[in-house]
Design a binder for this molecule. Structure first.
Ligand SMILES: *[C@@H]1O[C@H](CO)[C@@H](O)[C@H](O)[C@H]1NC(C)=O
Ligand SMILES: *[C@@H]1O[C@H](CO)[C@@H](O)[C@H](O)[C@H]1NC(C)=O
Ligand SMILES: *[C@@H]1O[C@H](CO)[C@@H](O)[C@H](O)[C@H]1NC(C)=O
Ligand SMILES: *[C@@H]1O[C@H](CO)[C@@H](O)[C@H](O)[C@H]1NC(C)=O
Ligand SMILES: *[C@@H]1O[C@H](CO)[C@@H](O)[C@H](O)[C@H]1NC(C)=O
Ligand SMILES: *[C@@H]1O[C@H](CO)[C@@H](O)[C@H](O)[C@H]1NC(C)=O
Ligand SMILES: *[C@@H]1O[C@H](CO)[C@@H](O)[C@H](O)[C@H]1NC(C)=O
Ligand SMILES: *[C@@H]1O[C@H](CO)[C@@H](O)[C@H](O)[C@H]1NC(C)=O
Ligand SMILES: *[C@@H]1O[C@H](CO)[C@@H](O)[C@H](O)[C@H]1NC(C)=O
Length: 415
């Protein structure tokens, strides 16, 4: 009788699956996940249904055999702190907890124990405090995104040890201090020769943009330094990073002359230097024949006529130089650039006659020339989209206020 009962018991256990009694998950990894679950609210329902995250799978947890290899819990409404226990998941390759605004607290130095981590995405949460130096120990890291949190303090020098890093995004925090550069005793971001993306925009970074950050060995594609407090001039060395495609330095306190070798950056399609205090001649962008978007507004460049490159860059879609020092006649050929969509040149000193010519880009949507000194207009019949000449002498004559292009600009003049 006893043996029958025993067999019956075994049969039941067997049909329920062997992993119910023998947990597949590495005991330490299971304990770490239980600890994280204890620290978090809104974990997925499957986390309450088993004690074996790798066997009876927990949603968002990926295992390689018995070891936890990935956490993918982006936008799941998680709340709570990311405790140092996470450091126990020593086989973790990928961690994505992004866009959980309820995740708070500081980043634990024990994140630096995740030695096999390739990908760390903690963007769009509410982490605060400093970026721990220990992140520099993640030698395998290729992708680090800590953007859109409330991180403070400096960018740690040890991040310069992340020699495999491809993507560095620290944007939209409250980081301060300079960009760390290597010295004889400490690493710096200049050593990240595999990095394609430096997104450091919208922080409170200060000091000059270090000339030693850039070299011809760098392979950067995107450099976003906009919306910080950088001072000093644009370093000449920037012109050596020929791989650059998007360069945003707008919204800082940069001064001095734009280095003439900027135009060596012939792969750049977006250039934004607006809202600085740059002086000297308007930069010569001729030969940058992939440029789409150029914004040089709100600087202190020398007064000049429209430069030649206004009419020669075949790919130009958007030209923005508001509150500039441009004068003379606006060249008709500009409007014939085949890709041109928007021309925003308000508050300059263009004068004389505006002649848009007969060969106007089919894409052209907006020509904003308010507050210039234009006294006459020769309109082709071709252009039917928005033209704003409000604040020019041409709109001062009697009858002129009734002309469409003399109407005060409305909301359509969005920037
Ligand atoms: C799984 O683990 C083995 C042994 O550690 C490792 O060689 C392999 O690359 C891992 N596979 C994945 C997909 O991480
Ligand atoms: C945290 O950052 C968000 C934007 O990322 C901001 O709205 C919020 O005010 C910040 N909170 C604190 C306490 O600084
Ligand atoms: C870069 O620009 C400078 C100055 O405009 C020029 O003398 C130099 O030959 C250029 N270098 C390269 C590699 O294109
Ligand atoms: C330039 O500065 C003016 C005045 O501060 C501002 O209204 C305008 O939006 C700025 N334009 C650009 C493109 O930065
Ligand atoms: C009009 O502009 C296009 C593109 O710039 C150019 O290829 C073409 O020759 C121009 N046509 C005339 C009639 O000027
Ligand atoms: C620029 O435009 C404003 C209106 O937005 C005008 O009041 C001002 O006088 C203009 N400033 C310059 C420098 O042209
Ligand atoms: C336009 O401005 C230029 C430069 O300021 C000046 O030399 C020229 O006489 C002006 N032309 C007219 C028609 O006002
Ligand atoms: C337009 O005329 C008024 C009054 O005569 C004058 O004050 C103003 O400066 C003129 N505006 C322009 C853009 O010429
Ligand atoms: C402007 O147009 C209105 C109606 O369309 C007309 O009554 C008025 O006389 C015009 N004003 C001038 C100065 O031409």
């Amino acid at each position: 009788m006893a043996t029958v009962r025993m067999l019956l018991f075994l049969a039941i256990v067997y049909s329920a699956g062997i992993h119910v009694i023998v947990s597949l998950t590495d005991l330490n990894d299971a304990a770490v996940l239980q600890s994280l679950k204890g620290a978090w609210q809104n974990t997925p329902p499957s986390w309450d249904k088993s004690n074996d995250p790798c066997g009876l799978r927990w949603e968002g947890v990926t295992c390689n055999g018995s070891r936890v290899s990935a956490l993918a819990l982006s936008s799941t409404g998680l709340k709570g702190e990311l405790t140092g226990d996470i450091g126990g998941l020593t086989e973790l390759r990928s961690m994505d907890l992004s866009f959980n605004p309820g995740l708070t607290g500081s980043l634990s130095p024990r994140l630096g124990d995740l030695k096999k981590l390739n990908v760390m995405v903690l963007a769009g949460c509410s982490f605060s405090g400093n970026i721990p130096d220990e992140l520099g120990n993640l030698a395998e890291l290729t992708f680090l995104a800590l953007n859109s949190n409330n991180l403070t303090g400096v960018i740690p020098h040890p991040l310069g040890k992340l020699s495999n890093l491809y993507w560095l995004d620290l944007a939209k925090n409250q980081l301060s201090g300079p960009i760390p550069i290597s010295t004889s005793t400490s690493p710096g971001l200049d050593l990240l020769l595999k990095a394609k993306h430096f997104h450091l925009n919208e922080n409170q970074l200060s000091g000059s943009i270090p000339p030693r950050l850039f070299s011809s060995e760098m392979t950067l594609i995107d450099l976003f330094l906009d919306g910080n407090r950088f001072t000093g001039s644009i370093p000449i060395t920037l012109g050596f990073v020929h791989t650059l495609k998007v360069l945003r330095l707008d919204g800082n306190f940069l001064t001095g002359i734009v280095p003439s070798n900027l135009k060596n950056l012939t792969n750049v399609y977006e250039l934004n230097l607006a809202r600085n205090s740059l002086t000297g001649p308007l930069p010569d962008l001729s030969g940058m024949n992939l440029l789409n978007y150029v914004d040089l507004s709100n600087n202190s460049f020398d007064a000049s006529e429209a430069p030649l490159w206004f009419t020669t860059i075949p790919t130009l879609t958007t030209l923005v130089i508001e509150f500039g020092s441009l004068q003379g006649t606006l060249p008709e050929k500009l409007f014939g650039l085949p890709e041109l969509q928007q021309v925003k040149l308000k508050n300059n000193s263009f004068n004389d006659t505006l002649n848009m010519g007969d060969n106007i880009s089919k894409q052209l949507q907006l020509v904003d020339l308010q507050y210039n000194q234009i006294s006459r207009v020769t309109l082709g019949y071709e252009y039917k989209n928005e033209l704003i000449l409000f604040g020019n002498p041409v709109c001062n004559g009697s009858g002129a206020p009734n002309l469409t292009f003399c109407q005060p600009p409305h909301q359509a003049t969005k920037s």
